[in-house]
Design a protein around this ligand. Structure first.
Ligand code: ZN
Ligand code: ZN
Ligand code: ZN
Ligand code: ZN
Length: 489
């Protein structure tokens, strides 16, 4: 049996393949990939797969959480048998924890019994879950790609600071660590749980594209479902995006190189304007020039940049310096109080960034989906201007996503939901506008539901909104908006 056959066989033992529309085969992107053997229509389920292991994303854990259900809770206490954090008697008695408890008791020789070592072990529970795999699953694990040149095992050092391990376990955990590093998927987040990652045997064969043709969603039991986000032709490779879709070329390429060890050369990466979105553009540094600067050769990381208007050339060092400052800004600027173009930090950013730049795009996206969805204020407490800002921001990022050609990506589903929410709130306040807004209120929630339904992170009122405000509802105008009057986010 050749390598591909044996992989197919092991995977089919562990997974529920729902269609025979693909095979695992040699990929033109290198290594193996998932190739469509038939035409796959946008929106169809391609396959599902259960995770081999699930656990926290190291570095993202700030609160106490339960090692069995992964919920964040102050109720968490240390199990007196294995010293892992656990939230309740229920979780302590769960099969999940009993297995963890047993394996840790078997291998542990605690150096120091302390809160600190319990936290270390809990954060790294995914590796202990690897030790719990069956022999078949361990064979499957060994088949995952890994980066042979990467010899950093910080996580193992952390484990080692808390417990003593046998040579055999150390060897296995080294394998698990390098495999998880490049193959694990970030599981979409629900507020109550810590940020999770999982290892998905079949999905790990999905190669990367910056314009992927699939999207994935996660069920309650962390099963991953992979759907076609665009029409996929027979013979096309099914791809996923390992990074944020709104990230700009240079930043995304560097991130892929640092985390996945390859330089992407896809259509989008090869295009200076990134499908006319200009996500990487900066303002020209020359005084009084209103042009934008873009890389000269997009696939060369050390390229100079050039102004599209006055042709001034900017050396790569200068660009690199600006990019690194910008990179550290994304995610740290808190605009939750009041996003408006007048916020000082935005005004300063606008001096170097044209509005197409990804930093501003990412900020617009995160504001679009948080306005009206914060603890303090619900949609019905928003001012008219905040409401129209929400709508504008949604439309703006939707246009960018459309230009990138990412189809029905998860991001598009979220934006459609929030655009719907803004429009429906406007129609609730001004019933006379309903007729004018009706068709968009209906189509946006229907499309959002098509994309997000069943995902653990989807908005809790997604389905009730679709039922009452979607195209299939035959209730009167007043009855349809009843759900908005009574709910509070
Ligand atoms: Zn629990
Ligand atoms: Zn225990
Ligand atoms: Zn690319
Ligand atoms: Zn210029």
């Amino acid at each position: 049996m050749n390598e591909i056959d044996s992989i197919q066989k092991i995977i089919s033992l562990e997974n529920h393949l729902v269609s025979s529309t693909f095979i695992i085969d040699k990929s033109s992107l290198g290594g193996l990939g998932v190739i469509a053997t038939k035409f796959i229509k946008k929106g169809s389920l391609i396959f599902t797969n259960k995770p081999l292991v699930v656990g926290p994303r190291v570095g993202c854990v700030k609160e106490k959480f339960c090692c069995s259900c992964f919920e964040i809770s102050d109720e968490c206490y240390i199990c007196d048998k294995c010293f892992l954090f656990i939230c309740s008697q229920n979780c302590a008695n769960s099969q999940n924890h009993e297995k963890q408890c047993l394996i840790i008791r078997k291998i542990r020789r605690f150096k120091i019994k302390s809160d600190a070592s319990s936290i270390t072990l809990s954060v790294l529970i995914i590796y202990f879950n690897c030790l719990l795999l069956t022999e078949n699953q361990k064979t499957l694990l060994e088949n995952f790609q890994r980066n042979e040149n990467d010899n950093s095992f910080e996580d193992l050092d952390a484990i080692y600071s808390a417990v003593t391990l046998s040579d055999e376990h150390i060897k296995f955990l080294r394998t698990a660590i390098s495999i998880l590093k490049i193959n694990s998927f970030r599981i979409s987040n629900t507020n109550k749980k810590i940020q999770l990652r999982g290892l998905y045997p079949l999905s790990s064969f999905l190669n990367h594209s910056c314009i992927p043709n699939s999207r994935n969603l996660f069920k309650k039991d962390y099963t991953m479902e992979v759907y076609a986000s665009r029409d996929i032709k027979e013979g096309d490779e099914i791809t996923t995006c390992y990074t944020g879709l709104l990230c700009c070329n240079p930043v995304r390429r560097l991130l892929l190189y640092n985390t996945k060890n390859f330089w992407c050369t896809c259509l989008r990466c090869s295009d200076v304007t990134e499908m006319n979105t200009n996500l990487s553009a900066l303002h020209c540094f020359k005084e009084n020039c209103f042009g934008i600067i873009l890389p000269q050769s997009p696939l060369d990381i050390n390229t100079s940049w050039v102004c599209q208007y006055c042709a001034t050339i900017v050396p790569p060092q200068k660009i690199g310096f600006i990019q690194s400052i910008l990179g550290s800004l994304v995610g740290t600027v808190d605009l939750s109080e009041n996003y408006s173009e007048d916020v000082p930090v935005l005004r300063r950013l606008r001096k170097i960034l044209p509005s197409s730049n990804y930093v501003l795009e990412v900020m617009r996206f995160s504001r679009a989906i948080t306005i009206g969805y914060e603890d303090k204020s619900g949609l019905n407490e928003l001012s008219e201007s905040q409401l129209s800002l929400k709508e504008r921001l949604c439309r703006c990022t939707l246009r960018t996503a459309a230009a990138l050609g990412v189809g029905d990506a998860h991001l598009r589903g979220l934006l459609l939901y929030h655009l719907h929410a803004a429009l429906a709130e406007r129609a609730r306040r001004h019933p006379d506008l309903y007729e004018e807004l009706k068709s968009e209120i209906e189509s946006t929630i229907q499309e959002a539901s098509n994309i997000l339904k069943d995902d653990i992170s989807s908005p809790p009122d997604l389905e009730i909104r679709r039922q009452y405000l979607g195209p299939d509802c035959d209730k009167t105008q007043q009855e349809r908006f009843f759900i908005l009057d009574t709910q509070k986010h």
